[in-house]
Unconditional design. Structure first.
Length: 277
């Protein structure tokens, strides 16, 4: 939260010029800190994050995630049992306690309301994380996973994702590229499940191989060097140490690492097919 410092600096400058601006920034800093602590200590999220240095940011991330999930689920007209189940599973994976779970459910319901201020909510999220692109991208990946929980992306869901992504500073082509990668990951999981139920296959099918390429965001006619480069870039972006250094909440970070597992699995399929070293 930075608005206290900004307003304090402006007000101080008007009265005492540079010395006033410095004083205003200091006062604003304490105001922002108090607001963050108030948000962090409020309700289940605050208790869940108690004692953490970035508790306010963690609580804001979780509130925003579940609220926008509710808004996204409602966008197609009706919230389905699958939508509710996926949100519940995410709460379980985050290991939310009873109070934090109630707050997440309340955020989900709030997001379903027609009056939910989506743009203002996302602007506050972006400001709180100082426009951090890695955090914002993980946020988008979580939303995309919910939208694709049935393997189909409704037009209204797509527009919500585009709107959220643009507010976070991403371009439409980037969002559509990530969606294509997420769709491929969804299909890739299906291939793996079918393979496990029918016995391990020595050779991947053509559709499975194509999905593996799309998980990495590459084309099948690209040379090995470019495939390796894309793989390493994606793995570096999803590395636990890097995610932690960017301020991503620990519980969300663990969930985001599943994306790295998809990338690794897809790369192994391609590597085996190409006999890459």
């Amino acid at each position: 939260m930075i608005w206290g410092k900004v307003i304090g600096a402006l007000a101080g400058y008007l009265f005492l010029r540079l010395p006033g601006a410095i004083i205003g920034v200091l006062i604003g800093h304490w105001f922002d800190r108090g607001m963050a602590q108030d948000f962090a200590n409020r309700g289940g999220f605050g208790q869940f994050m108690y004692g953490k240095q970035d508790a306010g940011k963690d609580a804001l991330f979780l509130y925003t995630l579940f609220a926008v999930m509710g808004h996204l689920a409602k966008a197609k007209g009706r919230v389905t049992e699958r939508d509710i189940l996926q949100a519940s599973q995410l709460m379980k994976q985050f290991r939310l306690d009873a109070e934090a779970k109630k707050e997440a459910q309340a955020a989900f319901r709030e997001g379903k309301q027609s009056t939910f201020p989506l743009n203002d909510t996302m602007k506050r999220f972006r400001e709180s994380f100082y426009g951090n692109r890695e955090v914002s991208q993980v946020f988008m990946e979580q939303l995309m996973a919910l939208a694709l929980n049935d393997g189909v992306l409704d037009r209204a869901e797509h527009e919500v994702l585009i709107n959220v992504g643009k507010t976070l500073g991403f371009r439409r082509f980037q969002i559509d590229q990530w969606l294509a990668m997420q769709k491929a990951a969804f299909r890739f999981h299906q291939h793996k499940r079918q393979g496990q139920s029918g016995g391990q296959k020595s050779k991947p099918s053509q559709t499975e191989l194509q999905d593996a390429y799309e998980v990495l965001g590459v084309k099948s006619d690209q040379p090995d060097a470019e495939i390796k480069k894309a793989y390493r870039k994606l793995m570096a972006r999803h590395h636990p140490d890097k995610l932690a250094s960017k301020g991503l909440p620990e519980h969300v970070m663990k969930e985001a690492q599943k994306r790295a597992q998809d990338i690794q699995s897809a790369y192994e399929v391609i590597k085996k097919h190409r006999d890459m070293r």
